[in-house]
Design a protein around this ligand. Structure first.
Ligand SMILES: NC(=O)C1=CN([C@@H]2O[C@H](COP(=O)(O)OP(=O)(O)OC[C@H]3O[C@@H](n4cnc5c(N)ncnc54)[C@H](O)[C@@H]3O)[C@@H](O)[C@H]2O)C=CC1
Ligand SMILES: O=C(CO)COP(=O)(O)O
Length: 316
């Protein structure tokens, strides 16, 4: 499929929160025309997608299925790619955002955009890199061209599932990392946590269809490093706040925006139990978020697990 080679393309960005606004600004910086849609802006979805060369979804996980359903009723021309930038798992169906978009739009190229992209840094025009991944390489290259600039280096990938799961699973680990820093456990502990967390992400991520090497790239390890080391990350702040004795309710109220890791942890544990995949770090995050243990007990539980080799033969 050939995509339009225009100086000025028209992009529709669904979701005018922190990430949707930053993505709109990045594409706008390249001279493209942006139609921004959100429930609060007052324009209709129908108006927003009219004439779009590409549609970007940056809405929170909880709104993806309903918005995709509405857009399906409206209909969009077949060749228009849908780029999904949401990092989460659907609470009801356990599907990823790209799976939802693909089921509703089986004839459209679906592209996943994910990487170490803290929106507050992007808004300050600090340099960053990201990945656009799709089974349709021409569509990934089209998205690459629209977003790449001196502000954002964009790589392509043919592994949408691995790219999407890296960005999604690391939010659970960011909560654990915030706990680690909040309890002031030190750099040895944090290095151990993040390294074992990557093994855990690869174990579940490859089981769900991602490629191992993708988790070592920008959308996996890269995003884990960004999110697990920055107080700009809302998921990190959830863990940090819990370690400092705040309740989840108060932390989320103070954040006032999306921390996907909370819902993702619950869905991930449902998947891990169903598929019988061990996810010990995520399991402790789950118990902590659900008031079954306190932060100190979570650390003790991880330290006291059965002794074992670092790698199983079948891993990697
Ligand atoms: N902020 C960041 O640094 C980054 C965020 N992301 C991901 O992007 C997604 C959105 O995050 P933010 O923009 O930061 O969150 P936000 O809380 O700032 O904005 C959320 C957006 O989703 C919309 N929304 C929420 N529920 C909805 C529903 N039921 N129907 C339709 N729209 C709905 C809101 O109106 C708003 O436009 C999340 O999945 C997040 O993990 C990805 C990369 C970076
Ligand atoms: O995904 C992100 C950075 O890549 C944003 O992280 P938070 O959602 O934790 O703020």
């Amino acid at each position: 499929m050939e995509f339009p080679d225009k100086e000025q393309a028209t992009l529709t960005v669904l979701g005018a929160g922190a990430w949707g606004s930053a993505l709109a600004e990045l594409a706008g910086h390249n001279g493209h025309k942006i139609n921004l849609w959100s429930r609060r802006l007052g324009n209709t979805l129908e108006e927003a997608v009219e004439g779009a060369d590409l549609i970007v979804s940056a809405i929170s996980m909880k709104g993806v299925a309903a918005t995709a359903g509405k857009l399906q009723e409206i209909g969009i021309p077949d060749h228009v790619p849908i780029v999904t930038a949401t990092k989460g798992l659907d609470a009801e169906s356990t599907r990823t955002p790209s799976q939802i978009w693909h089921e509703d739009f089986p004839d459209h190229p679906i592209v996943v955009l994910s990487g170490p992209n803290l929106s507050a840094e992007i808004e300050r025009h600090l340099p960053a890199a990201t990945v656009v991944a799709s089974a349709d390489m021409a569509a990934a290259e089209f998205a690459q061209k629209l977003f790449a600039s001196s502000l954002l280096r964009v790589y392509t990938s043919n592994d949408p599932m691995g790219t999407e799961l890296g960005g999604t699973l690391k939010n659970v680990i960011a909560i654990a990392s915030g706990v680690c820093d909040g309890l002031e456990l030190g750099i040895n502990a944090k290095s151990a946590l993040l390294t074992r967390a990557l093994t855990e992400m690869i174990r579940i991520g490859t089981h769900l269809g991602g490629q191992t090497e993708t988790f070592f790239g920008l959308s996996g390890l890269g995003d884990m490093l960004a999110t697990c080391n920055s107080a700009l990350s809302r998921n990190y702040r959830v863990g940090y706040g819990l370690a400092k004795g705040k309740t989840l309710e108060v932390i989320l109220q103070e954040l006032g925006s999306t921390a996907e890791g909370v819902n993702t942890t619950n869905v991930l544990i449902a998947i891990a139990n169903r598929e019988k995949i061990p996810v010990p770090i995520s399991e402790e995050v789950y118990r902590l978020l659900n008031n079954e243990i306190n932060p100190q007990e979570a650390v003790e539980a991880l330290m006291e697990r059965d002794l074992k080799p670092e790698f199983h033969e079948q891993e990697f």
